[in-house]
Design a protein around this ligand. Structure first.
Ligand code: SAM
Ligand code: SF4
Length: 326
């Protein structure tokens, strides 16, 4: 078991397959001319499989593939199929622009639950946020997956003044559709135009929804980062990920592996440990994994507190979200 100095067992690994992406969400990828990591520096299929096995031998039972956009990698299908042989719950976070090409692979790999990002239900706003015109395809793919009985969670980053006026539209979507919307508080990363007054908090989200609907609190799973709810009578559910206003660090069981093979023990950690270089030299990476997790801070990477209004984004040392792997 990989345990940190606060006794938290780490059994969930998020692997970034690439920092490349075919969208340009401004809150995630700082600039249009962001330089993607060269493919020679990315973990290769066999390396991902071998490193994942080392984590699984230490008790990891859940793996999420993410990025960048994991499905822009040509060998994404092979990676999914190889990892599906491990005794883990395998899942994926994707922007769904290429997901329609992977439905059969996901079914073969027994991946039944997916997180799909969609921050707006308005085509024009989608273009403003992502700087690309792929809204229609994403919505079609979400509908396709729901019709094929996948458990679809839709991630919506709520940004005050940009899409907070769509919260009700997203909740309305859960009325007749078995979709699970997750409202995510806007988080600060390198150069992502974050300011505290753009955070739309858990309390604010609840207030908007309660103003219109009767809602029920649902039971959260162990280690859940999302607080789950449903509108009475609706088929789908909604949840809120309140990293900024009500963090959930005490139950954290997550480790992250960047696409260039560095382990990060927290989304906001300043430090990272290079596993890939050691692995390529034939060294034992287990001590590196344990040292990294032992050095995990109690909360929020030790960089700020839930008093998020005092945060100045320029004082936070981190990669951009796209190069961490969300
Ligand atoms: N490309 C995939 C996608 O968009 O789902 C996977 C990677 S993306 C970095 C993972 C998740 O992080 C997405 O749901 C995205 O909306 C979220 N994310 C990125 N930047 C964020 C930020 N600044 N605050 C909150 N969530 C963010
Ligand atoms: Fe790409 Fe996902 Fe980041 Fe948007 S949120 S730029 S889709 S990695």
């Amino acid at each position: 078991m990989i345990t940190d100095s606060f006794g938290r067992v780490h059994d969930y690994l998020r692997i970034s397959l690439t920092d490349n992406c075919n969208l340009r969400c401004f809150y995630c990828m700082p600039e249009e001319d962001y330089e993607f990591t060269a493919s020679s520096k990315l973990m290769r299929v066999e390396e991902i499989e071998a490193i994942a096995k080392i984590f699984v031998q230490q008790g990891v039972n859940k793996i999420r593939l993410t990025g960048g956009e994991p499905l822009v990698r040509k060998d994404a299908g092979e990676i999914i199929l190889r990892l599906s042989k491990l005794p883990v719950n395998l899942t994926l976070t994707t922007n769904a622009t290429r997901l329609h090409q992977f439905v059969d692979v996901l079914e073969r790999a027994n991946v039944r639950s997916l997180n799909i990002s969609l921050d707006t239900l308005q085509q024009e706003k989608f273009q403003i946020i992502t700087r690309r015109d792929l809204f229609g395809r994403i919505v079609e793919t979400i509908n396709l997956l729901i019709s094929r009985n996948f458990n679809v969670k839709v991630n919506m980053v709520v940004m005050k003044g940009l899409n907070d006026n769509e919260i009700i539209d997203f909740v309305e979507w859960t009325k007749e559709t078995n979709v699970h919307v997750r409202f995510i508080e806007f988080m600060p990363f390198d150069a992502n135009r974050w300011t505290s007054n753009k955070v739309f908090t858990l309390k604010e989200i609840i207030a908007v929804i309660e103003n219109k609907y009767l809602i029920e609190r649902l039971k959260d799973d162990l280690h859940d980062t999302a607080k789950k709810f449903k509108v009475t009578g609706h088929k789908g559910t909604f949840a809120i990920i309140s990293t900024m206003s009500a963090p959930f660090c005490s139950g954290c069981n997550r480790m992250r592996l960047t696409a260039d093979g560095k382990i990060k023990n927290c989304l906001f950690s300043k430090k990272e440990t290079d596993l890939l270089t050691a692995f390529r030299k034939g060294e034992d990476i287990l001590p590196l994994i344990y040292q990294n997790i032992q050095s995990k801070e109690k909360e929020l990477g030790g960089q700020f507190t839930k008093d998020f209004e005092k945060i100045h984004a320029e004082n936070i040392h981190n990669r951009s979200m796209i190069s961490i792997g969300g």
